[in-house]
Design a protein around this ligand. Structure first.
Ligand SMILES: [Zn+2]
Length: 262
C-alpha cells in the first residue's frame, strides 16, 4: 500500500518565517527594495546556495543565510506577501495547522513599527487562511544575543488576542544561555502565556535544564543534546538521567494546547 504523505493532514509547530521564503520571492523583493547583496539572481542557483548553507554543520554558518531573507523583509507589504505565501506553501504540503515564528527586531531596519511588522504578517496569514483554510498561530522570537527579550515577550503578550500563541528564544546558542533571559520568561508566566525555547542544539544539557527549570518553557526546540543525559548501549537507551526522565514524564502534556481559540 502506498501512502500519499502530501495529502495526509499535518501539523507544523516549528517553522521560521524568514527561513522558508521561495527563492523567486527573495529575488523579486530584493529588486523592489534595491537590495543588491544576493549571491545570485537566478532562482535555481539561489535555492542551491541556501541548501548548501544549511548543510554546513554549524549553527552560526547556517544562520548566515538569514541575512539575505531579512534584508528583503523590511516593508509591511513584503512581510504580508511572505506570510501569505507561507500559508499557500503549507496548503500545498497538506499542512492544516501551522505555527510560524519570527523575531520582530530583525524587521526594523527601515523604520517599521512593531504594529506594522506583526500586523503585516498576521494580515498575510489571515488572507492565506481565508483562501486555503489553513489555520495558524504566531510565535514571537527574542534573540538570545540581544538584551531586549523582555520587550519581545511583552510584544507577544500584547498580540495574543490577534493570533500570537507564544514566545520563543532563538539564535546562536553557545555563550548566550537561557538564564540571561529569565525576566522575559517571568513576564510570560505572569501573563499566563506560553513559551518555547531553542535549547540543547548547539549547547548542552545545561541549556535544556535552564530552559525548563529557570525559564519555565512549555516546549523545547531541538534539545538534541539531551542524549548526553542518557546511557546508550549498542544504540539502545538503557538509562535516563534525571533531566531526560523529567522531560519524558512531563513534556507530552505541554504540547498541542496552543491552538488559537476562536
Ligand atoms: Zn528554530
Amino acid at each position: 500500500m502506498s501512502l500519499d504523505l502530501q495529502s495526509l493532514p499535518k501539523v507544523l509547530l516549528h517553522e521560521h518565517l524568514d527561513g522558508g521564503l521561495r527563492p523567486q520571492t527573495v529575488i523579486e523583493l530584493a529588486r523592489n527594495a534595491g537590495y543588491t547583496g544576493l549571491p545570485t539572481n537566478d532562482p535555481k542557483e539561489l535555492a542551491a546556495w541556501f541548501h548548501r548553507g544549511a548543510n554546513r554543520g554549524s549553527l552560526p554558518l547556517y544562520l548566515e543565510g538569514f541575512k539575505h531573507t531579512i534584508a528583503v523583509m523590511q516593508t509591511r507589504a513584503a512581510l504580508e506577501r511572505v506570510a501569505f505565501e507561507f500559508i499557500e506553501d503549507m496548503h500545498q504540503d497538506g499542512v492544516v495547522y501551522a505555527e510560524v515564528r519570527f523575531a520582530p527586531c530583525f524587521h526594523r531596519e527601515r523604520g517599521l513599527t512593531d504594529e506594522a511588522i506583526v500586523g503585516g504578517i498576521i494580515d498575510g496569514l489571515r488572507r492565506g487562511e481565508e483562501k486555503y483554510g489553513v489555520r495558524w498561530g504566531v510565535i514571537i522570537c527574542a534573540m538570545r544575543d540581544r538584551t531586549d527579550s523582555l520587550e519581545a515577550a511583552e510584544l507577544a503578550i500584547d498580540f495574543r488576542t490577534r493570533g500570537v500563541v507564544g514566545f520563543d528564544l532563538a539564535g546562536e546558542e553557545a555563550g548566550y544561555p537561557p538564564k540571561k533571559h529569565v525576566e522575559a520568561f517571568a513576564a510570560i508566566q505572569r501573563a499566563n502565556f506560553y513559551s518555547t525555547l531553542h535549547a540543547g542544539e548547539a549547547f548542552g544539557v545545561a541549556s535544556i535544564w535552564q530552559a525548563l527549570q529557570m525559564c519555565g518553557a512549555h516546549r523545547l526546540g531541538h534539545a538534541t543534546q539531551l542524549v548526553d543525559d542518557m546511557t546508550i548501549v549498542d544504540g539502545k537507551i538503557v538509562k535516563l538521567g534525571p533531566l531526560a526522565q523529567y522531560i519524558l514524564d512531563l513534556m507530552p502534556f505541554g504540547n498541542a494546547r496552543w491552538v488559537r481559540q476562536r
